[in-house]
Design a binder for this molecule. Sequence first.
Ligand code: ATP
Ligand code: MG
Length: 431
Amino acid sequence: MNVIPRDQHCISRKNISDSALKVMSRLRSKGHQAYLVGGAVRDLLLGGHPKDFDIATDATPEAIHALFRNSRIIGRRFRIVHVRFGREIIEVTTFRGHHDSGDQDNSERGGNHSRQSASGLLLRDNVYGTLEEDAVRRDLTVNALYYDSGKFEVFDHVHGLQDLQRKNICVIGDPAVRFREDPVRMLRVLRFAAKLDFSIDPGTAKAIPGCSALLGEIPAARLFDEFLKLFLGGHAAATLEKLLEYDLLQYLFPQSNASLRKDSHALALVRAAMGNTDLRIAQGKPVTPAFILAALLWPAASHLAQHRQQQGDPPMVAMHSAAQQTISEAAQHISIPRRFSQPMREIWEFQLRLQRRQGRKAAELVDHRRFRAAYDFLLLREQAGEETGNLGSWWTEFQELPMEQRLEQAAANKGKSDGRRTRTRRSHSDT
Ligand code: ATP
Ligand code: MG
């Protein structure tokens, strides 16, 4: 174990949340070990500001819970304790042990043992252990550094510091074994490589193709959680490129993967959506998963809508049923909660409504609660090279007008509707 003293690292207690410091010192005062661990130590060493603070300890979940009135034990696959301070939640985990050592000793400490499926997938992992054992159970070397806020020391058992300096994303242990235990680690490898702009260790990279199909075993709800981390962490554009490079997008969104592979307009649209999302996050503006999902699945949905229309469905009917089908197909792989699928549908259907520039309805559209997202989406389609006959800039000007003038202009448009109707070209060139 490599111990780095306080004068040889840059972590300062003033960049650590008071609540996390409080939890650690209380655990220590009761005779337990307690360390800051994971992303927080990594980001502090990189000079960044961690977004949350995770703590590892030798105290069992029950013992932690007993020490903090404001805490609760959560999780089944991994039992952890959440200690709440106002809006901040400090996650406290008991050191994990080797999952093949679920012995008597562990059950005495309240350990729940671990379970593995035939393919090596970890179904449960509640065997407790030491700091060293905990370190090697973590995913990446750069995520397995521990900080002792009492002695100001950093503990490194897996050459994490070296990989941090070399900007290297490396799975701890045999990558193929670790990916079989938990295939989501492959997505985490890509996510951190994109977020930190690190390269992926050759051994880690090499193991991905042989294990990637195991992502098909991951429950749709967990994939959705991971989707949020992949695309709402401020590095969606870089993450998308990694998912394409390692061919993992197919396990999250098979329909999007198919369209992005064969259609440059679809690829441009999704890239633009990701770039836009990152920009908004950098500017502190709100982002919604619904918008990203709408972009990812738009090529599939609009293609299907076009097909329905050719079969004789009126445009809105075609779009409505295409949206329904696209979303239910996607949901077989990744959960899409209704609070996101509903706005997605509306953003898509709005693309048709925005084609009408005449009549009272057009004038009123601007005040609709989904107008802003739908208008942004239209601009994105144009940014991606889709020809909409300047529809975007028309709406840019139109929405600035007071209602009275909008009504006038929309009424004036009515007479010349045919000539002025936009001809939209489809965003894809495939069949
Ligand atoms: P972020 O900045 O995204 O929060 P993080 O490294 O803190 O990054 P979390 O998902 O919060 O990531 O996980 C906390 C820590 O738990 C990780 O740093 C890692 O040590 C460990 N961990 C998380 N997921 C896994 C996993 N699937 N397998 C092994 N270890 C994991
Ligand atoms: Mg974290």
